[in-house]
Each structure stands twice: as structure tokens, then as C-alpha cells.
Design a protein around this ligand. Sequence first.
Ligand SMILES: [Zn+2]
Length: 440
Amino acid sequence: MKPKNAQQRKIAALSKRLKPITEKQVTWAYKHCFEHIAYRTAKNTLTCGDCGHTWKSGTTLADTLCGCKCPHCGAELKVSDTRKRTFNQCYYFCVVTTCQGFQVVRIVMIKSTSKKGSASTYFYQEVAQRWIMPDGKITTMALLRGIGCYADLWYFGSGMEIRPHHDIYNIISDCDNYPRVRVLPIFKRNGFKGKFHNASPVKFFRSLLTDSKAETLLKAGQYAVLPHFIHYPHRMGNLWNAVKICIRNGYIIKDATLWCDYIDLLKHFHKDTQNAKYVCPADLKAEHDRLVAMRNRQREKEDRERERRREIDRQESERRKLERMQENERLYAEMKAKFFDLVFSDGVLRIQVLQSVQEFYEEGKAMRHCVFTNDYFKRKDSLIFSARIGDERIETIEISLETFQIVQSRGECNQDTKYHNRIISLVRKNIGLVRQRMSA
Ligand SMILES: [Zn+2]
């Protein structure tokens, strides 16, 4: 992308004047960033991934726990029992420098390919530069990147140019820095002493330029809590007053995560987070653990209470269900009691009106049809019979109380049985009895 304004033109020109990344910087990165592997075979033979040297080791357990040292090149190695014969590693590191009033963070990609039995091969190239202006704004110069979600898809032949912002530049900036750094005087005035305190240099510089809290924390030596404010400024915002109490009382927060959790607990228990007595505990761990235990007890109590309420609800719904059932039984009996003593029989089949809602349930379950599920017991205009031989259910019959016709007669799973026609004619023969009861 062509520079669009004077500032960008200046940066593009200055970028060309930066000295190449030095041999010394790259050597540091090789040592520092990569995992150095010793391949181990079953016979306890070790092969150095760095130089390819092979030797026999007598201290299996010690190797596994503490790693080993290559007797040939002196590399400290992590022992791996992997059967993989190649290891590809790709990392980024940055070089922090200055140029004509800009703070510059140069990002270098390094790759290593280690093949078992031969020396590792290395590759590096500078892929991006973040130019930070005194107002905290950042201009990025970078190589062209392929489309895709892989961060390391760079076109190494493309030029270092001004590029529009992309999240990937922040992601790769989140890397270790070469320990010798050059910073603008403003950062030294703000208390920078050479360390970024677990923040990435780019975020660190930007915070110091745009957020007075970062500056205050750095000057006060609150190094543990500083990166939390750099990385999560919004979440940390509501702890700022408590942090100020610590600064005022000369209380250095050593374990920021523990302290933040502790303050959250204080807030939960409505303790005064403006009071040094709470905010600056002499034994943070003990106070933290005490509140955690208190919170756990509270949670258990809440769980028990929830459980108790669930049980009350369950009983209540059980009671309502029972009431509904009783009401259904009452309505059914009211509508259909006058038919209950009707029995049609031909000596083998016995056909009788279902006597209760409970019987609808049993009939539906045994016959695997919907006579209960679909509330047939609520229908005013039909009458349901069960045709049986002894105790065995054969078919369920519905008769219309308006037309006195058989609406349906169905066996198990709604199939007809071999008794179907016999049942139909037996019902038809006796339908007059139903009509009589109806008009009675
Ligand atoms: Zn070696």
C-alpha cells in the first residue's frame, strides 16, 4: 500500500534506514524461543535435534525429568520419546528500538526444522514493524500476507510496506523481545527500567502513552498488577480505587491474580474496598483462602435452599396432578356412570364400558394406542368399550352417542384382530341398550 500522508511517507522512508536484524539477535532467538529436542529410542540412545550427534545415556529417569545436555554441541535438550522424525517449529520474537522519535517494535519470524540424525536448519525473516507515535497511535509496516487464518503465511519476496490494520499484527506482536532494548526518553521518565513485566512491548508502550493508570503503576513499582491493566483495562477498571489504596499505603501486590480474586470476594461480601485494613492484607493467601471458604459455605447453603425449593415445587405439582386426576375421574363418572353396568357377551367375548379414567390409562398402555393420551375420557359424545376374552384385551371400541354408530374398533397398536367382525356385530346387536340408557 502506498503511504497516504506525510507521517506514513516519513515512516516508509525511515524503515528503509533501519539496520538489518543482527546475527547476535537471531542466535539469541534460536536459543531462547525453540524447544530443543533429544530424540530417544527404546535402546536409550539419544540423538541431539540441534546438531544430529548420537550418544547412549545411562540415566533414563533423570533425562526424562530434567532433560539432558548434548555432549557434542552443549545444547540443553528436552527428551522426547516421539517416533516423529521431524520437528517443525515457528515462532516470532521482537527487537525493540527507536528511530527519529518513533518507538519501533520489529517482529521477526524464525523457523527451525529438525530432522532426526542431522543438524537443525533455521530460517528467519523480519515480517513486520510497529511504529508507535508519541500519541500512542501505531502504524504497521509489514510483508504481504496470504489470505487464510494461518499467522505465518507471509510472502517473503514482497516488500515491507505500510499495511492497513489487521488483528494478526497484534497477535504476532505478543512475543518475547530481544533483551537489549532502546526506548524513547518518555518511557524512561515514566519509570521504564528495561522490563515489560509479562506484557508484550507493543501493548506496554501503547498503554503507557494512552492510559495514565499504566504510568502510575509502573512508577509505583506495582509490576505484578501492571500487565493485568495493560491486557484487560476494562475488567480492571473497577479495581482501580482499591489499587490506589495499595499505592498510597506502600503495599506492593505480589500475586495479582490472587489479589484481584480477593478484592472480588471482598466486594461480594460488601466489605469496604476503600479501607486499607481489607485491601492490603499482610497475609494475602490466608485472607483469600478464608474468603473462598466462606463463599463456598455460602454456595452450599444456596444449593441446599434451591434444592428445598425444588422439592416444594415438585410436591406442589404432584398435588396438582392428583387433583386434576380426581377431577377427571369425577367428570367421567358423572357423564358415563349410567353405562357402567352394560355388558355385551356372546359367551366368549365380553364387552364392557371402561369404568374409570384409570382404566383408560391401563387400556391405552396395554394396547399401545392413544385412548388415554388423547383424552377420550373427556368426550361427551362417545362411549368407549373394551372387548376382552377372560382377562385378555382384544379390541377397544368407540361408539358415537349421537349417531349410535361404531366409530372405530381397534386392537393392539391400532390393528384389527381376527375377532374384529365378531366384535362389531356383537356391539351392533346390543346398541339399542346404549340408546335406552342415553334417553333414560
Ligand atoms: Zn548437539
